[in-house]
Each structure stands twice: as C-alpha cells, then as structure tokens.
Unconditional design. Structure first.
Lengths: 434, 296
C-alpha cells in the first residue's frame, strides 16, 4: 500500500521550524531520542527502542564448511527484514531500495570493521567453522532505522553465547547448554552508526531524524564509529554537497554520541548478566512491567523547575485568605445514620466504653505533650487541619511520622491526635446541632 | 523460550457488562485468533480464515452473519466507500483526464475531469485545453470535498464535485481520524453555532473552516479566499480541533451534536490543555453525560 503522502503545509511547516531551530518533538539539534535496550531469555535476542522506532535482532549460530580461500575463519551473515507491521509502505517479499541500502550499510559497518574475531570461530581448519547469523527485524518505523539496527545488532552480538566445542584428536564434540556453559563471542570493539540529516542543501543539520523529518530531508550522512574514535564507515546519500568542515564536525558529534550509546549498551548487558546470575527475572516479559494498554499514556517529560520557587511565592503572596468554611456542610441531625463518618454513634450502645476511652486518651496525650514539648510546633499542623475545609474528618496524619525520630511514639501521638480531632469535631457538631 | 507463556485462542462468550452496553448484546465482538464457530456448514467471508476446520477471525471487530456467510467487520480499517458518501481528500497526482485523490482507503480514489464543475457553467464539453489546464484547477497537495459517485470493481472510488457545496477547500484545519468514528447522517456539512463550520468526511477526514459569512457562492467552488482569518475564528477552530482529537482518542461517535457538546464542555480549559490526558478524560466524560441526557 502506498504511504500517506506528506501535504505541502506539513512540508513547509517542518522546513520553517527547522530554520528556526525547532523540532517537532521539542528536541535540540544534536539530541537523540530515548534509547531503550532489553534482552530476551535466549542469549542473542535483543530489542531496541529508539523513540518509537522498534527493532529486534536475533543471533544464531551453525557449523558449516568454511570458504576455500579462508579455511580458518568463521562467517558472519547479516539479514535485515522490513516487516509490514513497521509501515504500510513495506510489503513482504519486495526488495525495496531502502532494504538494500540498510543491508549494505550494516554489513559494511559490522563485517568490514572486523569487530568480531572470526578466527576464534574456527573449529577444525578447513572443515568446520561457526557461521554466525544476525537477523534484524524492523517492527516499527519512526525514522532513523540505520542507527537502531546497528545498536540492536551489536548489542545482540555482545549478548550472544555460542555452544562450547571440545576437540579430542579427530573427534569434535559440541556441548549443549546443559553440559557446558556457552561462551561469548570475542568482540574487539562496538561500531555504532550515527545518522545526520541535512536540509536546505546542507545549511541545517539534525541528528537522529524522525520519520517526518526524514521525508523532507535533502540528504543523509551516516558515520559508523566506535568509542575509541575510530571511524568504521561513512556513507553520504541523497546527493548533497558537503563541506570538509561539516563532515569533520559531524564526526566529532558522532564520537560523543557513540560513547554515550556504548555506555548504555554496556549497562544494559551488565544488568542482564546480574539478573541471570542472581536468579532474578530476565527476558522481555519482565522488562515490560510498566507498559499497559493505556491509550492515553504520555511519556515522562522534563519540567522546567528553576523558577518554581519564585512563582510559588508570588502566588502565595497574591492569594487571598481562604474563607472560613465548615469541614462538612452536612449537618447531621440526631437520629440520622452516622455510620462511617467518625461521629458519635447514635445506636445508644457502648457509651460507657467510649467515655472511658476518652478519659484515657486525654491523660495519655497530656503525658506525651510534656515529654515532647518541643515538637509542638510540628504538631501545629494538626490544629490547622482541623480547621481546614477538607471534607474528610478522619485526617490520618501519616507524614508526620516520617519526620519524627521516635516513630512509635509519634505514631501513637498521631493516632491520639486524630482521635482528639474527632472528639473536637464531635463537640463542635453537638454545639451546632443544638 | 520455556519461560514464555502463550495464550491459546478461546471462544469468548459475550458478557453484558453494564446496562448501557446492553445494546451490544446482539453483537459478537472478536479479536484476531478467536474461534467464531466449529461448524463446517458456514462459508467464510472477509476477515476470517480456516484454522484446522475451525472458522477463526483474522481482524478485530464484530461478527456478521448472513444465512450461511460469516464475516467479521473490523472496527478500525481503511475507508470502504459507498455511493453517496461525502469525503475529504487530497490530490496526489494529476493524470491525463483525471486526478488521483487520497482518501484513506486501500486504493487512491479517482476524480474524473468530467465529474468536476468548470467555471463558466456546468454543461460544457471538455476540450483539449481543459486537459492542459487541469493543473490550474487542482494541483498536487490540494484538499477537496467530494461525493462518491460509484465504486469500481477493484474497490477504488469514483468521486464527483458536481454541486456547489463541493470543491476545493480553502483555509482551515484538517483532522485525520478513523472512518468508523464518523456517524452516518443526512448531511455532513454543519455550521456550528460557536462560529466555525465543519465537514465530517465519511473517510475520517474532518475539515474545520471559518464560517463563510456573507459570501455568495462562487461558481464552481474553486475560488479560495486568502483573506486573513481573524484571531477569534482561529481560536474557535483550534479548540474544535483539539476537541476532535480528544473525542477520537476516547472513541466517541462523531456528529455535529457530540462535537458541539465537547466544545462547550471544554470552554473552561485553555485550548492547549485540552490535549492533556486527564483533561481529555474529563471533557469526554461531561460530553458523554450530556449526550446520554439528551437521548432521554
């Protein structure tokens, strides 16, 4: 199916906004979207979320005969698939230009940079070597597929464990996961792609374009680097003319971004390793606790907090004194149901017990007051609350507990205080009722 | 993989959750993978497939049965046009004697040159010059309102703008929603009392524009006034647009009354606040209450 065409108004709007250094989602020019990396229960399965772009990479291995001109090197095979669930424009089985471009770039980035030691994949020279196969599936297309694909591929390769192999003379035994622990691949460095999109013939530059921005861009520059500031591959598409200092600037930005992303991948790998070692839960199902099917969920967005204090002070100064209001406008006449409202029960039972309790509480409370007279100020809150216009009469003062040192006593205090409140209000009610 | 759990599809019995949903008692809602029936006597229609002798649904929607034919009508789908539907579409291509219009359906709709009103009167033979000057009337990227004249055998729609109320759309705001949210009514052109006009296209595209005022109808509907719209009009239209997005997010059926109620209940809030989830919920709740009250 053909993709919805971009209207002229949207195109003009996007270009004008970029001229004014504004982006659709509020990012800065060099900002990446939030990256989330999670691993599956199997070794070598990795999900990467770059904003809304979602990619899955799966690594698997197999023993095959090596190439004739390279008898002691293993093979790595990359395969990217554009699933139709990513975008209505993608069709199953159709070899589109985008697909070919992504495949070539991923191969150049990971295979030609020799980030994986292929000689360690050799089992019997000339006869059996490991073939590592990396399948990358695109699940949602929201721009910048190359970056996400490279992150997913390298994270999956770092996460992957191949079965251990034992050689005794001529016999080769491949141990299963239960017999011997699988061993990780030997990876020298982690090359990561960073994409730069250019607008207005190279005048404006944006890092990590989203899908809308990709539609209006003039050209794309992809730089694959590792954290040791070695460039693994550069590709410029779209036919734009770039100046030398532009490319140099982009490579500097790329090195900063790559080190950040490499750290993120390492942290994710560490977390996963820890979770597996301690026997904790790992895998996709556990990494999705927060995601519920809520249609109106918005992401956590940063809030400008620098001038909150001044604003709050201004508001407080300008605000009027709240009017004196009754805690509850409901006047309970005697005989009406007062169940659950904390008022005096009108059932006529257990009156004696209540009176006793009242006396006890008051004496206990007096003792508490004497002991901790200095905390009266803190309890000043209690008095304020009873005059507030909150409709709840049982104001359980829980937060006072945390601020006090003697937690148990203050707990009692709190309970006592709230009970005192109730009695105060009961008395008030009685006065008003009569 | 041993730790992953798979849920097998089960036939779900219809449960009436509350009195307000009792109207849905007759309808069977299914999700992809649900078994509709194990009886082999039925013919399978759209939205179903055979899975080991059991008829299973492949889309999420309601089951329709006509004698022996069972099909599932999806809740969220591309626009399937019928004759007489009013659509709002965007010109994507200018071809030899027709325009291709994008209307949120599976195939681009077709607007033939003979189906439009040319300036200078209706009954004029389309000459070769008309063909060459097609681009003067409608270009790529223009928005039009049109009516479905017929449906081709492959499902593509043939549109026409042979009435003065259809034609090129001028200044306004387009909101793209799901086609299933638009209620079918007698007329889809409304002049809302709040000061804006709305076209509820059956294909889910809703067009908001400032009220025409004292304008006389121009010939052919291709005159677009480029006079600046006043700020108050623009505010009304922005508020309406946000209200439409709120209603769309909560899957409320859209027609002139519901849009108007939503507008009224959103007045206490600022226009940009309407897009916040909690404010959206509040506004839609008030709108729903008003609609229920109105029904009696």
């Amino acid at each position: 199916m053909r993709d919805t065409p971009l209207s002229n108004c949207e195109r003009d709007f996007l270009l004008k906004a970029i001229q004014e250094k504004k982006r659709l989602d509020g990012r800065q020019t060099y900002d990446y979207r939030s990256i989330k990396i999670s691993f599956g229960t199997d070794y070598g399965c990795c999900f990467v979320d770059l904003g809304k772009t979602r990619i899955m990479a799966q690594v698997s291995c197999e023993l095959i005969t090596p190439k004739e001109n390279r008898p002691n090197e293993g093979l790595i095979f990359f395969n990217i698939e554009l699933s139709p669930m990513a975008s209505p424009a993608f069709e199953m089985g159709r070899q589109s230009e985008l697909l070919v471009k992504l495949n070539r770039q991923l191969e150049r980035c990971l295979r030609n940079s020799k980030c994986i030691d292929t000689e360690s994949l050799c089992v019997v020279s000339g006869e059996k070597v490991w073939q590592i196969r990396v399948d990358v599936h695109l699940l949602n297309h929201d721009g910048n597929l190359m970056d996400a694909a490279s992150i997913a591929a390298i994270a999956a390769l770092c996460h992957f464990r191949r079965p251990d192999v034992g050689i005794q003379g001529e016999e080769v035994t491949v141990y299963s996961t239960e017999e011997r622990d699988p061993i990780p691949l030997s990876i020298y460095h982690m090359p990561i792609c960073v994409s730069f999109s250019f607008f207005q013939q190279g005048t404006y530059l944006l890092v990590d374009p989203c899908e809308r921005e990709e539609r209006v861009m003039d050209g794309l520059l992809m730089i694959a680097m590792n954290k040791h500031r070695e460039i693994c591959s550069i590709q410029s598409s779209g036919g734009i003319m770039l100046l030398k200092d532009q490319v140099l600037r982009c490579s500097k930005i790329a090195s900063v971004k790559v080190s950040e992303i490499t750290e993120l991948i390492n942290k994710a790998l560490e977390n996963d390793k820890k979770a597996r070692k301690t026997g904790g839960k790992f895998g996709f199902a556990e990494s999705l606790p927060q995601e519920r099917i809520t249609a109106l969920k918005t992401d956590v967005s940063p809030v400008e907090m620098s001038d909150v204090k001044e604003k709050a002070n201004e508001i407080v100064q300008r605000a009027e004194v709240p009017p004196q209001t009754v805690p509850s406008p409901v006047l309970t006449a005697p005989g009406t149901g007062q169940v659950g409202e904390g008022l005096e029960n009108s059932w006529g039972l257990k009156e004696e017990e209540e009176e006793e309790e009242e006396e006890e509480d008051e004496t206990v409370e007096l003792k508490m007051e004497l002991e901790e007279g200095h905390e009266e100020k803190g309890r000043g809150d209690v008095v304020v609350i009873s005059d507030s216009d909150s409709e709840e009469e049982d104001v359980v003062i829980l937060n006072q507990v945390t601020t006090k040192e003697k937690a148990s006593i203050s707990n009692q205090q709190g309970a006592v205080a709230s009970k005192q409140q109730q009695q105060q209000q009961k008395k008030k009610k009685k006065k008003r009722g009569q | 993989m041993a730790k992953d759990q798979m849920t097998l599809p089960t036939f779900r019995k219809q449960v009436s959750l509350s009195p307000s949903l009792s109207a849905l008692d007759g309808k069977d809602l299914v999700v992809p993978g649900d078994v509709i029936t194990s009886d082999t006597g039925f013919m399978r229609g759209h939205g179903t497939y055979m899975d080991e002798e059991k008829l299973t649904a492949s889309v999420a929607g309601e089951v329709e049965r006509v004698n022996k034919l069972v099909c599932v009508r999806p809740l969220r789908t591309r626009f399937n046009g019928e004759v007489g539907d009013v659509v709002v579409g965007r010109i994507t291509e200018v071809q030899q004697k027709r325009w291709k219009v994008e209307t949120n359906s599976r195939l681009d709709s077709v607007l033939l040159l003979s189906s439009v009103n040319l300036p200078g009167g209706e009954l004029r033979r389309r000459s070769a010059e008309d063909e060459l000057t097609m681009r003067d009337y409608l270009q790529e990227g223009d928005l039009i309102s049109a009516e479905v004249q017929s449906v081709f055998s492959d499902g593509a729609l043939s549109l026409h703008t042979r009435s003065l109320k259809y034609g090129k759309l001028g200044q306004g705001v387009l909101v793209q929603l799901s086609p299933s949210l638009i209620k079918r009514q007698k007329t889809h052109f409304h002049n809302l009392p709040c000061g804006a006009s709305i076209i509820l296209g059956n294909n889910g595209f809703v067009w908001l524009y400032p009220a025409p005022g004292q304008q006389d109808e121009e010939a052919g509907g291709y005159y677009t006034s480029l006079e600046p719209v006043s700020l108050s009009d623009r505010e009304v239209i922005s508020r309406l647009r946000n209200c439409l997005l709120a209603l769309g997010a909560h899957k409320v059926l859209l027609y002139d009354t519901s849009v108007l109620y939503c507008y009224e209940s959103s007045l206490p809030h600022q226009i940009k606040d309407i897009l916040k989830p909690e404010v959206m919920e509040e506004i839609v709740m008030v709108t729903r209450q008003k609609l229920v009250e109105q029904e009696g």
